[in-house]
Design a protein around this ligand. Structure first.
Ligand code: BJW
Length: 257
């Protein structure tokens, strides 16, 4: 549905106020206002990682096998950026909405593609991490995970403390790798059970995450997109709200300053 942004927003606010089960798929745009780069953006003035770097040389298992030092250095710099970042009003509005729904016997499930842990920092409970996280790293030989200290790593690649021949790699999901099964099951369940599905700050280009909205649509859920740019789902959703999530979400939830 289009129309004046103000009216569409008011309608979505009413939908949210009446909803009992909401699923929210979040992407890098939700963290943009916390200073974390997105991956893709059509806007010429917006920084996006894949405009600067080729994902095939950084975000694939083949890239890590080919040059583990280069990949580790890049991910470690991003890890430090995420550790130093704080949630923005968009993250906090989702936490407020989750608490409101839980207090009336419903729930809000955040399905995030983000690896930055900012939804956790904002206090949202039960966050489903579809693409893992950048805060914990695992041994390539044993699979054991650790949380490296909050300073830049001293060596690239990073030797594993668990195996003499192992390396540490971030617990993120690279292209060609399977998403964690429990996260996919939880996401399908939340998308299938919700009355409202929101896609916030995602380009909806990466699968299987971008497909969960189809599950919600097939079950008749009201669908909402929040994004300053148009995406492949903008014409498919019930409401497409054009704007920054750190501004739109607080207005929808009533936490705007
Ligand atoms: C704002 C804003 C503001 C700005 N407010 N908004 C079906 C069809 C075609 C291909 C495939 C398919 N199924 C699978 C594939 C292959 C592939 C894929 O999807 N490729 C496509 C790109 C073509 N998928 C995979 O490989 C996945 N694995 C898989 O399918 O495995 C199968 C398998 C099964 C069994 C065994 C083995 C394999 C894995 C995908 C992993 C994605 N990984 C990354 C990197 C994570 C680590 C890291 O952080 O480096 O995840 S890629 C990158 O994209 C990252 C993100 O989570 C993901 C999604 O990006 P997101 O979040 O949407 O961000 P952007 O930047 O794209 O968009 C930001 C948006 O925000 C923009 O629209 C802005 O306008 C907006 N914005 N400011 C609100 N203030």
């Amino acid at each position: 549905m289009s129309g004046a942004p103000g009216e569409a927003e008011r309608q979505v606010a009413r939908v949210l106020a009446r909803a009992r089960h909401i699923a929210v798929l979040t992407g890098a745009g939700v963290s943009a206002e916390s200073g974390i780069s997105t991956f893709r953006s059509a806007a010429a003035d917006m920084h996006a990682l894949w405009k600067e770097f080729d994902p095939r040389t950084l975000a694939t298992p083949e890239a890590f096998a080919d040059d583990p030092a280069r990949v580790t250095r890049w991910y470690d710099a991003r890890r430090i950026g995420c550790l130093n970042a704080a949630p923005n009003p968009g993250h906090l509005a989702l936490t407020t909405l989750q608490r409101a729904l839980r207090s009336r016997g419903g729930d809000l499930v955040v399905l995030t593609q983000n690896v930055d842990r900012l939804h956790h920092k904002a206090g949202t409970q039960g966050v489903v991490e579809l693409h893992g996280n950048i805060v914990t790293w695992r041994c390539t030989r044993t699979g054991q995970s650790i949380e490296p200290p909050p300073e830049p790593m001293p060596r690239f690649p990073a030797p594993s403390p668990f195996h003499p021949e192992g390396l540490l790699r971030p617990n993120v999901v690279w292209f060609g790798e399977a998403l964690p099964t429990d996260a996919v099951v939880a996401a399908e369940e939340a998308a299938g059970a919700c009355g409202v599905f929101m896609a916030v700050g995602t380009s909806s280009q990466v699968f299987p995450a971008a497909g969960f909205i189809q599950t919600a649509m097939a079950r008749g859920a009201v669908t909402v997109e929040i994004n300053p740019e148009s995406t492949s789902i903008s014409d498919l959703v019930t409401y497409s709200l054009k704007g920054r999530s750190g501004e739109v979400l607080p207005r929808l939830v009533g936490t705007a300053a």
